[in-house]
Design a protein. Structure first.
Lengths: 151, 181
């Protein structure tokens, strides 16, 4: 009985510790919400397939802290993104900016689409020219019917 | 007609080529926006003597290597023996930033001093970045990371991950020699 009581008190103890840790960041719901929205568009560089919002990496945690502080200091989202790209490059952005080095990325698919449409159009046009749909002459029809009858 | 049939095949081979190149590239090597930019300024307490500080300004006129590390970082331990060896050659002075994340409640400063005493100290000087704030300014995300900084305080080269023999001999040393001229 004593042991069980000890166990229960231990569990409660740990649970409150865990709760305390979870509850810490929720100091200002407005800033928390803004930070969440912003960090969902940003990449965590430690585990690259995770957003900065979801990552549990220590660096992500520190960056969220940094972003939180900058928001409290009245920085705009744009300023915070500039702060991050100055340090980590455009790679932190899940949506890359449109600039000369990313033209191929942004417009490549459209170029391919237009090129593909062009090739298809030319191909279809040429095919129509190749297969020209002439009606049979009376003579040819007679021969064809004969071939069919003999078959 | 035949040429058109070969086009998709050609495109496919090109695509496979790109994918093959992609397989051999390390996605963790992100080009740093800090190359050819002035090294972010900082003034940090020294690891061994908190009363004294060190700043980037102190290194004007010198070509030097700034290495970000921590005792919590396994790859840094891997790199360490090489750094000790290279420091002995006196080719490029190596300065260290020992840093930790805010989540980490351990006494990194003591651990780092002990680590250096045990396995050798390659650093001319080490500073202590207690909340990782300076490592954020340098865009460090995969410790160890090293920055080669020129006489004007401009970052000329960045190594993400451990320095290897190849990187030291083929990249850092030749560049340092050139910058020292």
């Amino acid at each position: 009985m004593k042991r069980i009581a000890l166990l229960i008190s231990l569990v409660i103890c740990f649970a409150t510790v865990a709760l305390a840790k979870e509850a810490k960041p929720a100091e200002d719901p407005q800033i928390e919400q803004r930070m969440r929205a912003l960090t969902e568009q940003l990449r965590c560089l430690v585990c690259q397939n995770e957003t900065l919002a979801d990552s549990r990496a220590d660096l992500a945690e520190d960056l969220r802290k940094e972003i939180r502080e900058q928001m409290k200091a009245g920085k705009s989202d744009r300023e915070i993104i500039a702060f991050l790209t100055q340090r980590y490059g455009d790679f932190v952005l899940y949506k890359p900016p449109v600039k000369s080095t990313t033209y191929l990325l942004w417009f490549g698919p459209f170029v391919l689409l237009f090129a593909g449409t062009g090739v298809l159009y030319r191909y279809l046009k040429r095919r129509r020219e190749l297969i020209d749909d002439k009606p049979l002459t009376a003579d040819e029809r007679k021969r064809a019917e004969e071939i069919l009858r003999n078959a | 007609m035949k040429r058109i049939l070969l086009l998709p095949l050609g495109l496919f081979i090109a695509l496979v080529g790109f994918l093959l190149i992609g397989l051999h590239r390390d996605p963790h090597e992100v080009p740093s926006p800090l190359i050819n930019k002035p090294a972010p300024a900082f003034q940090l307490p020294q690891l061994h003597d908190p009363a004294k500080t060190f700043s980037v300004q102190d290194m004007r006129g010198k070509v030097w290597l700034l290495n970000f590390w921590g005792t919590w970082c396994i790859a840094c331990r891997e790199e360490h023996p090489l750094l000790v060896e290279y420091a002995k050659s006196n080719a490029v002075p190596i300065y260290g930033v020992d840093y930790k994340y805010t989540n980490d409640n351990s006494d990194e400063r003591a651990a780092a001093a002990q680590f250096l005493a045990e396995v050798g100290n390659p650093y001319t000087l080490t500073v202590y970045d207690a909340d990782g704030r300076i490592s954020i300014d340098y865009g460090v995300y995969g410790a160890p990371e090293s920055f080669l900084i020129d006489k004007n305080g401009v970052i000329r080269f960045k190594q993400i991950g451990p320095i290897t023999e190849e990187v030291w001999n083929n990249k850092i040393l030749p560049l340092a020699k050139q910058l020292n001229q």
